[in-house]
Design a protein around this ligand. Structure first.
Ligand code: 5RP
Length: 236
């Protein structure tokens, strides 16, 4: 692993641990998706196994989160069995100064938005590279679509001024298929002047399930960064 990759890993580990440390006994926890949240899931599992916390129930946002939770011994429940979600911990691809997010780098944003927005407290865990002045400046905006609606949705997005591209698989021929069996269209806009409005406009296109704009959902943003050569965590 290169030195830069090592540094990013350290930041992700630290911030994942900081979020896991905030989980209290007896709570229902939304378990996010991605490499940063994976550390949070690991540390929650370790705290549970050591007896430091008890009686935790997790609600996974993806197949990945479900597998990791089982691996680290976190009991899982579904939304049908939960009367509340106390806290959700999830990563992000971009965070703006208003704590608005772009998510969906792992194509899990539809389930993530359901779980994260239901949580009494949604804690975002990111390394410092995810902090931006304006959303969509470093990361394309993911939009989950029904496969049969791909072409009309792409046209509708072009009419809104976006440049859409179908997300293709890696080490798999053809498009990425989400946990719900759909496609993801990644979009570049020249500018997202009003994220709240665009979030609604995109979701109003027939065939769109959900887009990766999370506006007004995050309560706490924890940022892992390197200071004086050491990984530290600060709250935005
Ligand atoms: C998955 C997501 C992830 O939370 C986001 O892509 C960040 O992932 P990572 O922590 O691996 O950088 O939204 O759909």
């Amino acid at each position: 692993m290169s030195a830069a990759a090592d540094t990013v890993k350290l930041m992700k580990q630290q911030v994942g641990k900081a979020a896991a440390d905030r989980v209290q006994s007896g709570t229902i926890v939304g378990l996010g998706t991605g490499s940063t949240t994976a550390y949070a899931i690991q540390f929650i599992g370790e705290r549970l196994q050591s007896g430091e916390i008890k009686d935790i129930k997790g609600i996974p946002t993806s197949f990945q989160a479900e597998v990791l939770a089982k691996q680290y011994g976190i009991p899982l429940i579904t939304l049908d069995e939960a009367d509340r979600i106390d806290v959700a911990i999830d990563g992000a691809d971009e965070v703006d100064p208003n704590k608005n997010l772009i998510k969906g780098g792992g194509a899990a944003h539809t389930r993530e938005k359901v779980v994260d927005s239901l949580a009494a407290e949604f804690i975002v865990v990111v390394d410092s590279s995810k902090i931006v002045d304006r959303l969509n400046s470093t990361f394309l905006l993911p939009v989950e679509v029904l496969p049969m609606a791909m072409t009309p949705v792409m046209r509708a997005i072009e009419n809104l001024g976006g440049k859409p591209e179908l997300r293709m698989g890696v080490r798999k021929a053809g498009p990425v298929i989400t946990d719900e069996g759909n496609f993801v269209i990644d979009v570049k806009f020249d500018e997202i002047a009003n994220p709240a409005e665009l979030e609604k406009t995109l979701n109003n296109i027939p065939g769109v399930l959900e887009n990766g704009l999370f506006v007004g959902v995050a309560n706490v943003v924890l940022i892992g960064e390197i200071k004086d050569g050491q990984p530290v965590v600060r709250e935005m």
